[in-house]
Unconditional design. Sequence first.
Length: 125
Amino acid sequence: MSASRGSWSSDWNMAVGYKKPPKHSQFQPGRSGNPKGRRRKQKGPRQLLEDALNEAATVTENGKSKVLSKKQIVFKVLVASAIKGNSKAMSAVFKLMNDCGITDELEPSMKEMIIKFVRPGDKKD
């Protein structure tokens, strides 16, 4: 057999061995890594919720459009509902204020009233 016969003749003289794989089995252009390898980690419920709450949304407030995160919108709606008199929303706002330490800045009588509203079963004598 002569070296000029067939298209594989150029591959015949290439060094193949330890740390020198054949050209046909090396990485092809446009394909990265291991295409059938380990899948990416699936997002859990907490990460999915955080991603959904961090998305931007457009809101019209006082006739002007604003772009806010959905998390901000949820808090604005909760506070607005509490101001309108919804007792569950009011309780949630007071609980959030207490958890975030905002009630520490209030005067003691107001703080005590909020604590009684949040936990009506607790009686302090």
